[in-house]
Design a protein around this ligand. Structure first.
Ligand code: G3H
Ligand code: 13P
Ligand code: ZN
Ligand code: NA
Length: 283
């Protein structure tokens, strides 16, 4: 069934594990995520980014996720990833999203608070949960100095103030992860995570989690991360499987013989992540 992220994260908090939030762009990815969650008996979050909405269209994405969730034995939340505006959030709520992210991290603090608050007000009225972002979770392609890196991370005191002012349900923080593939091994600021956790009493979200070593993910979960976003690792599995299918069978023209293996490969990645996050068997 379709549920809110808040409901999933509340249970994750009680059980001290994290729920996987996987990005989707098409039917095969959604099916891979659902099949994995069913096999692992795990709650799961399926999320759509700006790019996904642009590529597939919001109606296709929403309908596909709802179809997957309606027949699933595990709880599934439908989440907007990195929502850009109040207007977009309202559109997604109308389309049936049970959770939304409003990403005001590029804005000055008070503007981020203002837009997040406005979103919390409308979302709460209809039982939709809200994730916000404080600090800047960049891309791995961003070329920044050490000082700029420090400055981009979430300030714990600011996080406390932000949560108090916005009453948001969960908070994405910057502790050294980045979207996309890492060039080297990412270094996570666990001391900062600890401090944030001491100062705020809502679930913490980790973005850019593809490519973060398993041990670091486990540590982050121990320290209070309750939602973990994964996109890049699914893209890698998808693309590698398609390359293999095409090179093993250059004459193949049936899309199902090409996309089918890709779906299976993504399913296995999602299963591994679910186990790593500790959410297997928690449905
Ligand atoms: O937040 C970033 C996700 O990996 C989605 O990126 O907008 O290219 O789909 P995208
Ligand atoms: P990765 O692509 O690095 O896994 O990041 C995903 C993400 O944070 C989506 O919001
Ligand atoms: Zn993200
Ligand atoms: Na990443």
């Amino acid at each position: 069934p379709l549920v809110t992220v808040a409901e999933l994260l509340e249970k994750a908090e009680e059980g001290s594990y994290a729920v996987g939030a996987f990005n989707c762009n098409n039917m095969e990815i959604i099916q891979a995520i659902i099949e994995a969650a069913e096999l692992e008996k795990a709650p799961v979050i399926i999320q759509a980014s700006q790019g996904a909405i642009k590529y597939a269209g919001i109606d296709y994405i929403a309908t596909l996720i709802k179809t997957a969730a309606s027949s699933s034995s595990v709880p599934v939340a439908m989440h907007l990833d990195h929502g850009t505006s109040f207007e977009q959030v309202v559109q997604c709520i109308r389309k049936g999203f049970t959770s939304v992210m409003i990403d005001g991290s590029r804005l000055p603090l008070e503007e981020n608070i203002a837009v997040t608050r406005a979103v919390v007000q409308v979302a709460r009225a209809v039982g939709v949960s809200v994730e916000a972002e404080l600090g800047k979770i960049g891309g791995t392609e961003d070329d920044i100095t050490v000082n700029e890196w420090e400055a981009s991370l979430t300030d714990p005191e600011e996080a406390r103030y932000f949560v108090k002012q916005t009453e948001v349900d969960s908070l994405a923080i910057a502790i050294g992860t980045a979207h996309g593939r890492y060039k080297g091994v990412p270094r996570l600021d666990f001391e900062r995570l600890k401090r944030v956790r001491e100062l705020i009493n809502i679930p913490i979200v980790l973005h850019g989690s593809s490519g973060v070593p398993d041990e670091a993910i486990k540590r982050a979960v121990e320290l209070g991360v309750r939602k973990i976003n994964i996109d890049t690792n699914l893209r890698e599995a998808f693309t590698a499987a398609i390359r293999r299918a095409l090179s093993d069978n250059p004459q193949e023209i049936d899309p199902r013989k090409i996309l089918g293996p890709a779906r299976e490969a993504m399913r296995e990645v999602v299963r591994e992540k679910i186990r790593l996050f500790g959410s297997a068997g928690k449905a």
